[in-house]
Design a protein around this ligand. Structure first.
Ligand code: BES
Ligand code: MN
Ligand code: MN
Length: 462
């Protein structure tokens, strides 16, 4: 494997340029205006897998966006690694806050990425991280060092709930058979301190609608005499947390797996600097559930957040009006052993019960998924840790992430295999935000580290 460093050095400009081409296609899955681009991206991913050395690649049609499947089977008796990633991206808005257009990738230096980072929507989440696996395969095929079988499954609906992938996985258990699933769609602590994600939170995402009068009304003629749906919605939402920032939905915490004090002490060992954290976000203080520190609040504890709220007049100037309707999109991040469907039911029941006379409330569930935790004594975890230790010079730290990749729990249920989350992004890479970027260092380090995972996974499987 000595050669992987040399290979990356020799081909890095091409690796970067190929990724830049992929990032130019705006594969926004949430907005049907981009539908053509999403399909085009699937074709580009297919071509890249063929070029990298897969023996067989196909576009699998689904009720939604296609799944790109590829494989290289060198010997059915050897282990099989299944690589998962997603080629869809988040919408780029608010577009005016980007310092360069989201689908015109450019390399810029930052404080954290002195060697430069590629700025574009999807650079880190997940096109850049997914593409590291394609280039790692290229290296292993070119150098004749691929030590096992590999399958790729790259989807186009991760950012909107992976509906078609669930459909696909349920129908293709045999085809997707594997010994370990490998995903780079998370982050690590810093470029000096790698980490392996051992947990993901579950998710329940709902939309609520509060309806008052049957039409918008003059707020002078009717104000005070009828319920204002926006006032009511604000009050209902405010009541979902108490003064300690606990969530007030009855039964919400019933199944939450509490960590022991030892486990929490172990977590606290991961490097974290609260002052830097606040400074990076221009905050005068952090905020959250009483009794837990920041790194617990965003990983081992469940949360409820309004993601968007609208209704009434938001245009220029003032308009005196009582809106007929008010809306909000609400997400709940869940932890083991909360069940997302049960939580969605609890929310619906509670939220509906909060409605005062004078309004009606509708709750529309969007999507969700279970959380995930993985042990650190598996072969897969050990192989990943050995790979990181070799390329970074220090062992990786296990970290439970606050983000969600709901499909990971489904993989375990349907395919009966564990997932190893080898992420190379940083929290400061601004995924889902304006100016998303991915460090050149991280991209190339990923390509270097992945072949070592294969090597050690096969060695440890013997
Ligand atoms: N790659 C992210 C999830 C992630 C990022 C996990 C960083 C851990 C660290 C993924 O693309 C994502 O954004 N997931 C969504 C959930 C999905 C169902 C829309 C999320 O976490 O909001
Ligand atoms: Mn992602
Ligand atoms: Mn994402």
């Amino acid at each position: 494997m000595e050669n992987i460093k040399a290979y990356v050095q020799e081909h890095k400009d091409r690796f970067i340029n190929e990724l830049i081409e992929l990032l130019k296609i705006p594969s926004v899955s949430a907005d049907t205006a981009y539908s053509h681009d999403v399909f085009e991206t699937a074709d580009a991913v297919k071509a890249s897998l063929e070029k990298a050395g897969c023996d067989f690649v196909e576009i699998c049609d689904t009720p939604g966006y296609p799944i790109v499947y590829g494989e290289k089977i060198i010997d059915p008796a050897l282990p099989t690694v299944l690589v998962y990633g997603h080629y869809d991206v988040q919408p780029p808005d608010p577009i005016e806050l980007w310092t360069s257009p989201p689908f015109e990738p450019v390399i810029k230096k930052t404080e954290i990425h002195p060697e430069g980072a590629i700025f574009a929507r999807g650079s880190c989440d997940d096109k850049g991280q997914m593409y590291m696996h394609v280039k790692a395969l290229e290296y292993m095929v070119q150098s004749n060092t691929l030590p096992c079988n590999v399958k790729f499954m790259i989807e186009g609906e991760e950012e909107i709930g992976s509906k078609s992938l669930s459909w696909f996985v349920e129908r293709n258990q045999e085809k997707l058979k594997n010994d370990v699933i490998l995903i780079s769609d998370t982050g690590m602590i810093s470029n000096q301190q790698p980490s392996i994600t051992t947990g993901l939170r579950g998710l329940s995402y709902v939309e609520v609608e509060v309806t008052g009068p049957n039409r918008d009304l003059h707020s002078g003629l009717y104000g005070g005499a009828v319920a204002n749906p926006i006032n009511v919605l604000a009050k209902m939402i405010a009541s979902l947390h108490d003064e300690n920032n606990h969530i007030t939905i009855p039964g919400f915490y019933d199944n939450v797996a509490e960590l022991s004090l030892e486990e929490r002490a172990e977590m606290a060992k991961a490097p974290f600097n609260l002052e830097n954290y606040k400074k990076a976000l221009d905050l005068n203080d952090v905020y959250g559930e009483k009794g837990y520190v920041t790194n617990e609040r965003n990983s081992i504890r469940p949360t409820l957040d309004v993601n968007g709220i609208w209704g009434g007049y938001t245009g220029e100037g003032a308009k005196t009006v009582i809106a007929s309707k008010a809306f909000a999109k609400i997400s709940m991040r869940l932890v083991p052993n909360q069940d997302w469907e049960q939580i969605t039911e609890l929310f619906t029941k509670h939220f509906t019960s909060l409605a005062p006379a004078g309004v009606t409330v509708k709750v529309k569930p969007h999507h969700g998924g279970q959380g995930y935790v993985t042990p650190i004594d598996s072969i897969g975890y050990k192989a990943a840790n050995m790979a990181y230790t070799e390329t970074f010079g220090v062992p990786a730290i296990p970290v439970r992430s606050g983000g969600s990749i709901p499909i990971v729990a489904l993989f375990e249920k349907e395919l009966k295999s564990k997932t190893i989350l080898m992420g190379f992004g940083l929290d400061s890479d601004a995924i889902h935000s304006p100016n998303e970027h991915f460090g050149i260092f991280n991209y190339l380090k990923g390509i270097e580290t992945i072949p070592l995972f294969y090597k050690y996974f096969v060695e440890l499987s013997k």
